[in-house]
Design a protein around this ligand. Structure first.
Ligand code: C2E
Ligand code: CA
Ligand code: CA
Ligand code: CA
Length: 279
């Protein structure tokens, strides 16, 4: 039987309507969240495989929603990107990172690297370099400890502008990591022409280790390519000893994953660091 086009249209329309309403609601909530202190940054340690020490932390957003509890970034970052709210939120995360960087220094962890994620949408902001400069200047931090993580697709909207931002920020001492490397549109020329000091192997490859020979080949190739260009490698999503051992054998520089530690609130991270020192 043929579908009644009128009915399916109405159904479609109603679904769209609900989705748009839901989106607007989330957007309004998120706007309040930024003002109302509901956003929080969690920190996940990154471990140096050679020394077994914590080299740095990745800053990961969480939302303590008054009704829904803790909401993960996969749920609200797309909304923040569509509405543009990710621009002020993104600057707020950099401010938090700078503040914690200072605190870590005071607590006796002076060399800890703080990595912050950048959204493609932040590269639409014409005042990106200027704003980040103001934040790090006011915070008075050692800029070599601030690392910004971006995906290659983040620069696609306006590659020239994005490259200029990277160069200007790099001149201030900030370093860059290519995130989710190997997924999407990886281009070898990016590694050569952009001020990239680190690549992060996406967890989708790491989690295939032991199940797929392809994943092993890809990881080996990424590490050897990066190293030949003097670029360090972090593997993310390491959950098992087997994955860790493979990465160690391949001379991966650092790992990040539940095997060592999950993302955690600042206070817990400080405890974690203190215990590491004593171990
Ligand atoms: P990402 O940048 O690829 O971050 C790594 C994600 O892997 C994090 O998810 C982290 O919690 C998770 N992860 C780490 N180790 C393991 C592991 O061993 N197993 C598994 N299954 N997962 C692991 P999270 O925190 O949910 O963040 C998801 C994504 O949200 C991030 O992916 C990043 O793209 C985005 N995001 C988070 N915070 C920010 C932010 O401040 N700004 C922007 N623009 N994006 C952010
Ligand atoms: Ca990241
Ligand atoms: Ca990833
Ligand atoms: Ca990502």
């Amino acid at each position: 039987a043929k579908r009644d086009p009128g009915t399916s249209y109405r159904y479609y329309d109603r679904e769209l309507h609900i989705t748009a309403g839901h989106q607007l609601r989330l957007e309004a909530d998120l706007r309040n969240a930024l003002r109302g202190n509901e956003l929080e940054v969690y920190y996940q340690p990154r471990i140096d495989l050679a020394t077994e020490e914590v080299r740095g932390v990745e800053c990961l957003l969480r939302w303590n929603h008054p009704q829904r509890g803790l909401v993960g970034p996969d749920e609200f970052i797309p909304v923040a990107e569509r509405s543009g709210l990710i621009v002020p939120i993104g600057y707020w995360v950099i401010e938090q990172a700078c503040k914690r960087l200072k605190e870590a220094d005071g607590l006796g962890y002076p060399g800890l690297v703080f990595a912050v994620n950048l959204s493609f949408r932040q590269f639409h902001d014409r005042k990106m370099t200027e704003t980040i400069f103001r934040i790090i200047f006011n915070a008075n931090i050692d800029t070599s400890l601030l690392e910004l993580e971006l995906t290659e697709s983040a620069m696609m909207h306006d590659p020239e502008y994005a490259q200029r931002c990277l160069r200007e920020l790099n001149q201030l001492g900030i370093s860059f990591a290519l995130d989710d490397f190997g997924t999407g549109f990886s281009s070898l020329s990016n590694l050569q022409h952009l001020p990239i000091s680190l690549v992060k192997i996406d967890k989708s490859f790491v989690q295939e280790l032991g199940h797929s020979a392809d994943a092993e080949h890809i990881i080996r190739a990424i590490i050897s390519l990066a190293h030949s260009l003097q670029i360090s490698v972090v593997a993310e999503g390491v959950e098992t000893e087997g994955q860790l051992e493979f990465l160690r054998q391949q001379h991966c520089d650092e790992i990040q994953g539940y095997y060592y530690a999950r993302p955690m609130p600042w206070e817990r991270l400080v405890e974690f660091l203190n215990n590491q020192g004593k171990a």
